[in-house]
Write a protein that binds this ligand. Sequence first.
Ligand code: GAL
Length: 654
Amino acid sequence: MFGVCYYPEHWPESQWDEDAKMMADLGLTYVRIGEFAWSRLEPNPGEYDFAWLDKSVATLASVGLKVVMGTPTATPPKWLSDLYPEILPVDPDTGRTRGFGSRRHYDFSSPIYLRESLRITEALARRYGSNNAVVGWQTDNELCCHDTALSGSELAGQAFQDWCRRRYVNIDQLNRDWGNVFWSMEYRDFTEIELPIGAVTETSPAHRLAYRRFSSDQVINYHNPMVEMIRQHAPGKFITHNFIPMNETAVDNFALAAPLDFTSYDNYPLGRTDLLMTDAPAEELRRYMRTGHPDFATYYHDQTRGLLNRGFWVMEQQPGPVNWANNNPRPAPGMIRFWTLEAFAHGADCVCYFRWRQAPFAQEQMHAGLLRPDNSKSEAWPEAEQAMAEVALLDIENQPLQKASVAIITGAEGLWVSDIERQGEAYDFNNVQLSYYSTLRELGVNIDFISVDADFSGYKLIVAPSLPIVDQAFVDKCRACNGQFIFGPRAGAKTSEFAYPTSLPPGLLQQLIPIRVLSVETLRADCQEPLNWNSHIYKSGIWREQLDASGSNDNEIIASYENGEAAIVRNQRFTYMATLTNRAFLLDFFQQHCQQADIQTYRFDEDIRISQRGNLMFAFNYSQHQQVLPLDPNVSFVLGSITIDPHGVTVWKI
Ligand code: GAL
């Protein structure tokens, strides 16, 4: 259940034996290699050199290690981009070609790059597909990392025209769907359509939504043939990909994951915390700068698991300071072990540390590894050892994943819509989704992230933080299951072509809750207004809708604005929140909902997180002080005790 990311090509061959021996001695099983090695695998066009990789695989296998082979398409070599400059993508914001010298310098719309990627993938898959030491494959590396989902290239422009032709069939339909009569934006032919970049001011939102959908499809259309190619030559071996979260790439990760055996995630809690808390006051960041925010790692674990609704891998686990955030602190003592156990508690089947040894050269020389460049063991080493022993003790491997009681509906469309239609600067898809997730997690409930296409049955509570586009099939599915639903503001607010529903928002959801959104206001984040619920005053802000709730006698106004107007309306199993609120509200509100839906909650200290896997309950203490868990002292502890240390973990059996 443990592995490491290794780059044999960075080290002299004389070191490989010793490396492999040390990996095996540490108790690792898997070694991921190869994912950036194209220039060594094919030093000249068509001239392959597999001798070194053969040797490396054999060396690892000789001590019983299993290899996960990465395909090297994230780093096309210099000769390739010189030979075919068309493979380079164009930055849609600046119009500049993104050149050679780092990674991900390729355009998803380049047929030549697809051809070349398939060629190198085929060569590798043929060579290692039936090699017993190579047990699985990783495609590319973090597709669309570094903001590379969108390209403003000519090739992308032409492919976009074809995509539009396929989707809208005739140009009048497209003009109607996009509302192109506005500002004389009408086209006479598909060949006139450009990418929605470089215009004077705002381009049509429907045009931009189409560009996002197209770009996401391009990534999937690039990736799928690679998976097929590996399957063909490596039958019976697993294929995975290390995903970048959907909210960062804006790609439909559900669709991208579809052909894989399982999904993987690269877990860098401190880097993410630094970036996501950039605007937080110093006291808040300081609290979590060495532990990571209590909900960031699991937020992505749960989303990664949700893509295929099965166990996932942490393909890269932060082992110490990284090099790429604004600031890169050292993890607090114990955090490597803590994050490892946390990943397993959230459904990981394997955790691989990134990387084996810190590289003394190039871009990531300041990035820690399990070993330092002088081969001494870094602080992460004994923690990885401890985690391995504890995972074995807990027999986590045999703890099945159970369906959570609570699901959050997520997807790329909500993100696209809120990115495209800013309306208020403070509305941010990810912040909204994360705030719902984080408060539910503070209540100790397990959460599944699901798509609109998922099976809703069995969930007691389904929350849709930001779901602007729904279709009739979705509405029918909501009706057909028994769970409670909570919709955040903007639900059902747009048609599939980014128009205002003629019956007013929430559009098709009016079949579930007959309400109408009469107007929308957005407020600066620090200008909040009162929200009245259960005779308490909370806060409403950022996004506020004025509702007409008179459409049904079953509509119940359960919270109101300062002027008495409806802010949250319930109609039997369906609740619509017309406003964003504050954390205190979400905690109380979700707690009440969970109680009503018979979902067990644990409202401990705000820095304690509770997670369940199989019949194991985990408590994670993100705070800097020792705490006594408010548990029955007679529960059967299997790790730690009722007194939990700072950054400690307690596990008990139920
Ligand atoms: C990941 C990436 C790795 C390495 C790592 C550094 O995002 O997949 O190749 O760059 O970050 O933290």
